[in-house]
Design a protein around this ligand. Structure first.
Ligand code: SF4
Ligand code: SF4
Length: 709
């Protein structure tokens, strides 16, 4: 037996040294990132949420199980990794303490043997499923449609092969052990005992040799696997729980994070671009959490498969963005980790060349991330929503945009007009603030305009938003909501000319300074007026007011108009009576749905309108498809690929709707434009219209058409 122990221990020591060196390298690289004390603080503040996260996301595989077949396969393979640790405990026990070793106390229970064999069989089935999915989704066969396009599939095949080796050597070792009479389970371990029966006729000497070889092979596979894993994308096996632990709570959607330098929130009155980190201008500017995100990516491509930019032929794939950052971080690592310039000068030319690459730049300067990739993002959140290991793509994209905009002054020129308008007029369209009152004049009832203080008997401040006040189509929603609140007897007031843009387009573009300026101005107005409750029609305003203004000292109870209207219908304050015999499909606005989880209320309202038949598009709710306007894309030209709004309307047309409904002024405009084009080309019927849910409700309540005005 001594030679078995020698080989086993020598192999284990070698694997630990090789894998340990790699782990040390990864640790040093992650540590070289900027600090992120808020992540540690949030774990300390709410350890319960962390335990829940681990249970639901890691052990429960919540996100993966939404992809039923692949999710189920992954569920069993992941649990095999956990449960089969007991088999390795037995294997090392057999190596060091004798072949008839068993785990103390539970080591002879048939149920333990059954669980081990059962999960190993399910793991094999999982591997077979993965193999079939990978063949079906082969990048070569399906090209851009494949979620694996751009993934390192060779490494994935190697990992599948190694897991397969782990399982068959498990059954081989346990089978021989059973035949040799050393196996601790006399029943329960149905496969291992079955294999043992097949080997029953072999001599004791042969079984002895086979058992030792089986033991070494089973241990050897695990050691090789360990070395491969720490050098491959399968690092996620170890890193996923850590990444989930330090994720943003509740997720990486909703609020944009404040700008931080060296772990502290930047104060723009004192910030100095020569000293402080403004966004991410080089890979070292990312926090350790950012670097952890990169190393944790499993290359599964779920984010890519849902990304509206990727699905309409643009160069942005959230997966490839993360992989390109990761590959760059690894390639530049010797430069980053070098102790001083002298050491750096000795590095190979390839490392120096990598270190000199700009983080964002076109092919002419060999940039890591192409500007067309960076500016294609609509911030729709589909990537973050889908990612099974909670990578926070939007945060990274916005941080890179911040550096480009604030330090390099490099961004699509069209967006510059919007920024100037925001700075000078407080609205992206640059209209005078008095124009914000015009929609009120078109109503046949009075609307209270706040004069410094909210009137005492007024419940809600109606945040109208720039589009709602100034854009003709969105104004119809504003008037419909005002009229519905008036009918329901809800007391509300508006800020009128005192309202400025929330700053969302500036922030999503990366111009944090303008966001701060507008945000502080609005928070001051709201706080001085004594506002407590706000209703907003624009999901972008809603998101900023509810989730981002607390960063600026403005904390309010904010609802979207669909939430309030749904409540008013539910409580009988609004009663839809007129029948609307129409086929309606609802488009989920990303900033209402994914970013703020408001999916049911708009649907609840439509369900209460007599006659309405609703039909979902195939991409809806959490998997809804963007209209193309978010992330300040509303103010940029869409020059590459198919227009996102056209793609979405094509999908809507598949449901043969009479009306496309939505709950966002931007979606209303984007979908409306695409529908008009479809009408001009004869692909959509003339009567097709896009309406806000509130317009439909008002139409039913008044029993008269609203949109036809
Ligand atoms: S936020 Fe949306 S557009 Fe941006 S990368 Fe993610 S999925 Fe693509
Ligand atoms: S970022 Fe997340 S969803 Fe996208 S490929 Fe990586 S692990 Fe998969």
């Amino acid at each position: 037996m001594w030679w078995v122990i020698l080989i086993g221990l020598a192999g284990t020591a070698a694997a630990i040294v090789v894998a340990g060196r790699r782990v040390l390298f990864l640790y040093k690289l992650a540590k070289s990132g900027q600090p992120a004390p808020e992540r540690v603080a949030s774990v300390r503040r709410d350890p319960k949420a962390d335990v829940e996260g681990q249970v639901v996301e890691v052990f429960g595989q919540r996100k993966l199980l939404k992809w039923t077949v692949a999710g189920l396969a992954h569920f069993f393979v992941m649990w095999a990794f956990i449960l089969l640790i007991t088999v390795y405990l037995e294997a090392y026990g057999a190596l060091l303490l004798g072949l008839d070793f068993h785990i103390p106390l539970i080591g002879r229970w048939p149920v333990v043997g059954f669980i081990q064999d059962f999960i190993a069989v399910m793991c094999l089935l999982g591997l077979a499923t993965f193999t079939a999915i990978r063949i079906k989704n082969s990048p070569k066969r399906l090209d851009r449609q494949s979620r694996f396009k751009g993934s390192h599939t060779g490494g994935a095949w190697l990992i599948l092969f190694m897991i397969f080796n782990g399982i068959w050597t498990l059954f081989f070792f346990r089978g021989v052990s059973s035949a040799a009479g050393h196996f601790p389970y006399k029943s329960g371990a149905f496969v291992s005992i079955g294999v043992g029966k097949l080997l029953n006729g072999l001599s004791a000497g042969t079984l002895d040799i086979l058992e030792k070889i089986g033991l070494l092979m089973h241990i050897g596979v695990a050691l090789v696997f360990l070395v491969i894993v720490v050098n491959s994308k399968h690092l996620h096996i170890f890193l996923a729980p850590v990444n989930v632990m330090f994720k943003r709570r509740p997720d990486g959607l909703g609020a944009v994070q404040p700008m931080r330098s060296d772990g502290k929130i930047l104060d723009f009155e004192e910030a100095d671009p020569d000293v402080d980190t403004f966004g991410r201008g080089k890979i070292e500017d990312f926090t350790w959490k950012g670097l952890l995100d990169m190393a944790t990516c499993t290359e599964c491509g779920r984010c890519q498969s849902q990304c509206p930019a990727w699905n309409t032929g643009k160069p942005l794939s959230p997966k490839m963005l993360i992989l390109e950052l990761r590959d760059h971080a690894f390639a530049k690592a010797p430069y980053i980790l070098a102790a001083n310039d002298e050491e750096r000068a000795k590095l190979p030319a390839s490392v120096i060349a990598e270190a000199e690459r700009p983080l964002v730049g076109g092919a002419d300067v060999n940039g890591v991330i192409d500007p067309d990739v960076l500016w294609s993002c609509t911030n729709c959140g589909a990537c973050v929503e889908q990612c099974p290991v909670d990578i926070e793509h939007i945060d990274h994209i916005l941080d890179m945009r911040r550096f480009q905009v604030m330090i390099e002054s490099s961004f699509p020129s069209e967006a510059g007009v919007m920024l100037k308008n925001l700075e000078n007029k407080g609205t992206p369209w640059g209209m005078s603030e008095m124009k914000r009152l015009e929609w009120i004049e078109e109503l046949d009832f009075e609307v209270e305009v706040v004069d410094e203080k909210m009137p005492a008997d007024t419940e809600y401040l109606f945040w109208v938003g720039c589009a709602g006040a100034l854009e003709d189509r969105a104004k119809k929603t504003t008037k419909a909501v005002a009229e519905l609140l008036h009918i329901a007897g809800v007391k509300f007031a508006v800020l009128g000319p005192a309202e400025a843009c929330t700053g969302d387009p500036a922030r999503r573009l990366g111009m944090e300074f303008v966001f701060q300026m507008l945000g502080q101005q609005n928070v001051e107005t709201l706080n001085e007026a004594g506002v407590k409750k706000i209703v907003a029609t624009c999901p972008h305003c809603f998101n900023t007011l509810a989730n981002e203004y607390p960063q600026l000292g403005g904390t309010y109870e904010v609802v979207h108009h669909t939430q309030l209207l749904s409540h008013l219908v539910e409580t009988g304050k609004l009663v839809p009576v007129g029948r609307i015999e129409e086929n309606i499909t609802y488009h989920d606005p990303c900033f209402l749905g994914r970013h703020n989880k408001v999916y049911s209320q708009p649907r609840d309202i439509m369900a209460k309108v007599p006659g309405v038949k609703t039909q979902e598009m195939h991409r809806c709710k959490e998997r809804g498809f963007c209209c193309g306007a978010g992330g300040a894309r509303m103010w940029m030209e869409e020059r590459i690929g198919k227009r996102i709004n056209t793609e979405r309307v094509d999908e809507a047309l598949e449901t043969n709707p009479d009306t496309v409904s939505t709950a966002c002024p931007f979606c209303l405009v984007m979908l409306g434009d695409a529908i008009n084009e479809k009408k001009n080309s004869g692909e959509a019927k003339e009567s097709l219209e896009v309406l806000d849910v509130s317009q439909l409700l008002l139409r039913s309540i008044k029993d008269t058409p609203v949109a036809a005005e």
